[in-house]
Design a protein around this ligand. Structure first.
Ligand code: NDP
Length: 478
C-alpha cells in the first residue's frame, strides 16, 4: 500500500501564553517556594525549555496541607452538594472553553500527538468533571448509606503519561465527595496542572480546596507521608506504589493505588483482521505506549498468525511519527530521556534473549526523545519483554492454540489491569471475560475510557477503583 505524503498541518502554539516561571498554587494563590528551589520543564520533542517551575520542599508541603485543612474545615465540607456541584460544572465548562489551549500545552510538555490531546485527553477531562458534578448532590444514592461523609484532605500524586486527565481522575471525585486536595503532578509534566490552578481561580473555587505543588519524587514522598493527610491516591509505577503502601501502612490513611500493567490483547481466528489490527495499533502505539493499560502483549491464535502479522506490519508502515503539534502525527515523542533509556534497554534485552525485532522504516528527528514503533516476534513467556512493563511503543507477540491457553498466558503476569479480546463469538467473549484476571476487559475494542465505568487493577496493578459509582468509595468515609 503506498504511503501518502501529507503536507505539514501544525497546530499553532500561539494560543498558549507560558509564563517564564511558576510558583506553587497554595490557598488559591501562586506563591514562591520557601527555599527558593526550581527546575525546568522541557518539550520532549525539541528539548526546548518551556518554563521554570518551583520545587516544593517539606515546608511548602506543610503550607499546602494546612491550606487544604482550613478549606476543608471551614468551607468545603460545609457546603451542600448542590453548591459543590456548581463549582465542578463551572470547572468542566472552563476546561471545554480552553480546550484548544490545554491540548496544545499538554502536547508541548508531554510530547503526545495533538490529535490525542485534543480528541481524547481534554474531552475526557471535561467529562470527568461533568460526571462528578452530577454525583455531588446525589451521594446518598451511591450505595454508601444515607449521608456518606468525606474523608478530609487528600494527597494525590500523578504520573506524566496523561497529566491533565490523571489530575481530573483524582480531583473530580475528591471534590464531589466533599474533600479538599493537595496534588503533585509529575516532574516532567507540570504545566497543565498549573493551568488547571488558574482555572480554579477563574471558577472562583474557594481558596485551599485545590492546591497544586510541583516537584520531583521527594516532594511526592513528603506529601504522602505528611501526617495531615487523610487519604492518599497514587498513580504510577508499581515500585513507587509499594513504597507508598509501606509508608502508609502504620497510619490511618486510606490508600488507593493505580499501578503498572502488562495487558494481553487476544486475537482469535474468527476476528475481523483489519478491525483487530486497528485495535492492536491503538492498544500499544496510542500515546507512544505510555499507557498503564496498554495492550503490550499481543496473543494471536496460531492459525491466523501470519495473516495478522502481515496486516499489522502493513499498517505500521503508514504511521507518521514526528512533531506532536502536527495534526497528522500518529506517534509523538517519548516523554523523557530517562524513559527513552529504559525503552532502549528493555528492547536490547529482548534481542539478546532471542526475540526478533522489527520496526517500519521511519526517520527519527535529531533533537528530542524518539523511539520507532517496534514489534518483537518469537517472544516466549519467560522473556523480560513479555513480563516487564516497557511503557513505550514496543509490542511483544506470542501465539496460542486454544481459548484455555490464551487465558493461561494472559493471566501469567504479576499485573492485572486490562485485557482485550477480539472475536465474533459473543459466548467466547463472555467465557474469556469471566476468566481473565484484569480490572477492565475490552471486547473488539481497546483503550476506551469513560468516566462512568470504574477503572483499576488486580494483583500488582494496585487496588481501589477510579471512575463510576465505585470510584466514589475511595473518597468517602465508608
Ligand atoms: P513514578 O512511579 O516514579 O512516578 C509517578 C509519580 O510519583 C510522579 O509524580 C513522581 O514524581 C512521584 N514519585 C516518585 N517517587 C515517589 C515517592 N517515593 N513517593 C511519592 N511520590 C513519588 O514513575 P516514573 O515517572 O519514574 O516512571 C518509571 C516507570 O514507571 C515507567 O518507566 C513506567 O514503567 C512506570 N509508570 C507507570 C505508570 C502507570 O500508570 N502504570 C505511570 C508512570 C510510570 P516525579 O515525576 O518527580 O518522579
Amino acid at each position: 500500500m503506498p504511503k501518502f505524503e501529507y503536507a505539514p498541518a501544525p497546530e499553532s502554539r500561539s494560543i498558549v501564553s507560558l509564563r517564564e516561571s511558576y510558583g506553587l498554587f497554595i490557598g488559591g494563590e501562586f506563591t514562591p517556594g520557601v527555599d527558593g528551589r526550581a527546575f525546568k520543564t522541557i518539550s520532549p520533542a525539541t528539548e526546548e525549555v518551556l518554563a521554570e517551575v518551583t520545587e516544593a520542599g517539606p515546608a511548602d508541603v506543610d503550607r499546602a496541607v494546612s491550606a487544604a485543612r482550613q478549606a476543608y474545615e471551614h468551607t468545603w465540607s460545609r457546603l451542600p452538594g448542590t453548591e459543590r456541584a456548581k463549582y465542578l460544572f463551572r470547572i468542566a465548562r472552563i476546561v471545554q472553553e480552553k480546550g484548544r489551549e490545554l491540548a496544545v500545552l499538554e502536547s508541548l510538555d508531554n510530547g503526545k500527538p495533538i490529535r490525542e490531546s485534543r480528541d481524547v485527553d481534554i474531552p475526557l477531562v471535561a467529562a470527568h468533571f461533568f460526571y462528578h458534578a452530577g454525583w455531588a448532590d446525589k451521594l446518598e444514592y451511591a450505595g454508601y448509606g444515607p449521608a456518606p461523609r468525606p474523608l478530609g484532605v487528600a494527597g494525590q500524586v500523578i504520573p506524566w503519561n496523561f497529566p491533565l486527565l490523571m489530575l481530573a481522575w483524582k480531583i473530580a471525585p475528591a471534590l464531589a465527595c466533599g474533600n479538599t486536595v493537595v496534588l503533585k503532578p509529575a516532574e516532567t509534566t507540570p504545566l497543565t496542572a498549573l493551568a488547571f490552578a488558574e482555572i480554579c481561580q477563574q471558577a472562583d473555587l474557594p481558596p485551599g480546596v485545590v492546591n497544586i505543588i510541583t516537584g520531583a519524587g521527594e516532594t511526592g514522598r513528603a506529601l504522602v507521608t505528611h501526617p495531615g493527610i487523610d487519604k492518599v491516591a497514587f498513580t504510577g509505577s508499581t515500585e513507587v506504589g509499594k513504597e507508598i503502601a509501606r509508608a502508609c501502612a502504620p497510619s490511618r490513611k486510606k490508600l488507593t493505588l493505580e499501578l503498572g500493567g502488562k495487558a494481553a490483547n487476544i486475537v482469535f481466528e474468527d476476528a475481523p483482521v483489519d478491525q483487530a489490527v486497528e485495535g492492536i495499533v491503538n492498544g500499544i502505539f496510542f500515546n507512544q505506549g505510555h499507557v498503564c493499560c496498554a495492550g503490550s502483549r499481543l496473543l494471536v491464535q496460531e492459525s491466523v498468525y501470519s495473516e495478522v502479522l502481515a496486516a499489522l506490519r502493513r499498517r505500521l508502515e503508514t504511521l507518521r511519527l514526528g512533531d506532536p503539534l502536527d495534526k497528522n502525527t500518529d506517534v509523538g515523542a517519548i516523554n523523557s530521556a530517562a524513559q527513552l533509556a529504559k525503552i532502549r534497554e528493555l528492547s536490547e534485552v529482548g534481542e539478546a534473549e532471542g526475540a526478533q525485532r522489527w520496526s517500519p522504516p521511519c526517520e527519527l528527528p535529531v533533537k528530542g526523545f524518539w523511539f520507532p514503533p517496534t514489534v518483537f516476534t518469537g517472544v516466549s513467556q519467560a522473556h523480560r519483554i513479555a513480563r516487564e512493563e516497557i511503557f513505550g511503543p514496543v509490542l511483544s507477540v506470542l501465539t496460542f492454540r486454544t481459548p484455555a491457553e490464551a487465558v493461561e498466558k494472559a493471566n501469567n503476569t504479576p499485573y492485572g489491569l486490562s485485557a482485550g479480546v477480539w472475536t465474533e463469538k459473543g459466548s467466547l467473549i463472555l467465557w474469556m471475560a469471566s476468566r481473565l484476571r484484569a480490572g477492565v476487559v475490552w471486547a473488539n475494542t481497546f483503550n476506551k475510557f469513560d468516566p462512568t465505568s470504574p477503572f483499576g487493577g488486580y494483583k500488582e496493578s494496585g487496588y481501589g477503583r477510579e471512575g463510576g459509582r465505585h470510584g466514589l468509595e475511595a473518597y468517602l468515609d465508608v
